[in-house]
Design a protein around this ligand. Structure first.
Ligand SMILES: Cc1cc2nc3c(=O)[nH]c(=O)nc-3n(C[C@H](O)[C@H](O)[C@H](O)COP(=O)(O)OP(=O)(O)OC[C@H]3O[C@@H](n4cnc5c(N)ncnc54)[C@H](O)[C@@H]3O)c2cc1C
Ligand code: FES
Length: 275
């Protein structure tokens, strides 16, 4: 019998307190929910939009008074979430999954687009622990980069911000993985936390394999139940499930995953190449 309180397995109806437009298609919804407020960085919640769908979202913000998810508009459920404002209600299940293990020592955080969502929560916690943080934030262009206001509010004595965009409109021109690897080359002892496009994470993982840095990556797969029942988010024949065993996996675990950086499953279960 599970020892988890039942309330975590049913959606709780939560009121949106405020929203913030991060970019033209990325929006943060802040709501009140004591369970999500006590989540650890990297965990996710299932957001229920009655009559439409229930979708997994990383917790991008949490303190004792409020919490938030940051949503990119890609389809029906996320478009509906974008139409919501303060005073509207959403259903929230969770928090679920295993988040990032916060390690002692300097940290290199690398995120692309909404992949920055769980890393914002990691950065917040590492700041409280007074640890030195290098944050690489990448996007196609400056107008696609979320969390600029939040990054601005981080105290700079512990956090160095590195922007990189594919068109060069903010920071360097190039890919987040290129910049991250350059920073890592200067100091291989940094603990690496990544979330974003899988090929970006795979490339950084391959390099950390060579230099021996400790890496943790947050993976995304199509989810239905979010709690290890349906098998939809299976990663490989060994049966690792993103919702139950992840979404965050260590380098040792990633090394054993035949699908990581190579395949993912569509909503109908078909396996497709991501290379
Ligand atoms: C652990 C985890 C954390 C996530 N965190 C965030 C986040 O912080 N911000 C954010 O914007 N998105 C996040 N996502 C992705 C988000 O769940 C999907 O974008 C969302 O479900 C799309 O729903 P839709 O109805 O708008 O689009 P759809 O029309 O259903 O699909 C559009 C795209 O989203 C993918 N997708 C659809 N449903 C799911 C699902 N249930 N699980 C995973 N992928 C799906 C589809 O393969 C397709 O590529 C996360 C996914 C996972 C697994
Ligand atoms: S989403 Fe059902 S097992 Fe992971």
């Amino acid at each position: 019998m599970s020892e988890k309180p039942m309330v975590l397995d049913r959606p709780r109806i939560c009121k949106i307190i405020e929203t913030e437009e991060e970019t033209s298609d990325i929006k943060t919804l802040m709501f009140k929910d004591s369970y999500t407020s006590s989540s650890s960085p990297g965990q996710f919640v299932m957001i229920w939009i009655p009559g439409i769908d229930e979708v997994p979202m990383s917790v991008s913000y949490s303190d004792s008074t409020k919490c938030g998810v940051t949503v990119k508009k890609v389809g029906e459920a996320t478009t509906k979430l974008h139409g919501m404002a303060g005073g509207d209600h959403i259903g929230v299940r969770g928090p679920y999954g295993r988040g990032f293990e916060l390690k002692d020592g300097a940290a290199l955080l690398v995120g692309g687009g909404t992949g920055l969502a769980p890393l914002m929560a990691v950065a917040g916690k590492l700041q409280q622990l007074s640890q030195k943080v290098n944050l690489v934030a990448g996007a196609r262009s400056a107008k696609d980069l979320p969390f600029l206001n939040r990054m601005d509010s981080f105290p700079r004595h512990h956090l160095s911000l590195h922007f990189i965009t594919e068109d060069g409109s903010l920071g360097e021109r190039g890919l987040a993985s290129d910049l991250a690897l350059r920073i890592l080359k200067k100091d291989e002892s940094q603990n690496v936390y990544v979330c974003g496009p899988e090929l970006m994470m795979f490339r950084i993982f391959q390099e950390t394999e060579k230099c021996g840095s400790y890496i943790q990556a947050s993976l995304e797969r199509h989810m239905k139940c979010g709690v290890g029942l349906c098998g939809q988010c299976a990663l490989d024949p060994r049966g690792s499930l993103v919702c139950r065993d992840g979404p965050v996996f260590s380098g040792t675990e990633l090394r054993k995953m035949s699908d990581f950086g190579r395949f993912k499953r569509e909503a109908d279960g078909r396996k497709i190449s991501i290379v």
